[in-house]
Structures are given as structure tokens and as C-alpha cells.
Design a protein. Structure first.
Length: 146
């Protein structure tokens, strides 16, 4: 089962709609700390990878508990996030698997192309891979993961 982080306290059966990250980034615009990064990612996606789901319109998932735990323990992770085991309400939607640590450093636009190609950086040393899955579908909460 996949795992998702959310800042809200949710119960089993709750529905998480896609696009919340994009909504927040768009509302804050250039005041959002990730605005420049997200604009570069979206520009490259639109021009070179338009068949893939937009980060602005999706939900973010982790395919394994180990990878979700690794993300939660990473520097910069939001300590307020709650982990949930979830299911996709429509598992047949477009999905994209990418390396969440692959969103920088900025080396021109090549880092964004690596992200949209789905290059998973396996040379980061010990620990799980840093994969995230993007999907444009709602999620149903199965349970909170303590």
C-alpha cells in the first residue's frame, strides 16, 4: 500500500483531493519558498514531458513504508506532517515516479529533466531510495501510521 503525508488529522475513509500542494504554491506565488523550483519543473514538464502529471495538480505518495519514513526523517521535512496509509480512488490514472531529492541543485534545467525522466539517484549512500509518486487522483485514508 502507498503512504501519504498530510498536515491534517484524518480518519479512515477520509478523502484527500489532489492539487493541494499546487494550490498553496500558486496562492503564495513568488512569496512561496519553492516557487522558483516549481515554476522550472512545470515549464520543463509542459514543454518536454507534457504526458506526465503536473506537480500542481497531483497528490504525492511513497510506495513503501521505508521510503516514507526516510522522507519524514530527512532535513527540511515538515515535523507537523502525519503519515497515512492510503489507496488511490482511481488506480488507473497517470502516475510518475521521481526522485524527491532530485529537485536540485540547480545545474541549468538538467535537474528538472532528470526529475521528469524519472532518474532515481542510487548513489546517495546507505538508506532507501528517495522515490515519490505523483498521481492525479484522490486518496482514501486507510489508517494513520503512528
Amino acid at each position: 500500500m502507498p503512504f501519504h503525508f498530510n498536515s491534517s488529522l484524518l480518519g479512515p475513509g477520509s478523502i484527500i483531493r489532489p492539487g493541494n500542494w499546487g494550490r498553496i504554491v500558486r496562492l503564495k506565488g513568488s512569496q512561496h519558498p519553492e516557487w522558483a523550483r516549481e515554476c522550472i519543473l512545470e515549464r520543463i514538464r509542459q514543454t518536454e514531458f507534457s504526458h506526465l502529471p503536473s506537480r500542481f495538480d497531483c497528490v504525492f505518495l511513497f510506495g513503501s513504508f521505508t521510503e516514507a519514513e526516510f522522507y519524514k526523517a530527512s532535513p527540511g521535512a515538515n515535523a507537523l506532517l502525519v503519515m497515512y496509509e492510503v489507496e488511490l480512488t482511481n488506480p488507473d490514472v497517470r502516475q510518475h515516479e521521481a526522485d524527491w531529492k532530485g529537485t536540485g541543485p540547480y545545474d541549468g534545467d538538467e535537474w528538472a529533466r532528470r526529475y521528469w525522466r524519472g532518474d532515481i539517484m542510487a548513489d546517495r549512500g546507505p538508506g532507501p531510495l528517495c522515490r515519490e509518486v505523483l498521481a492525479v487522483t484522490s486518496l482514501r485514508v486507510l489508517r494513520e501510521v503512528p
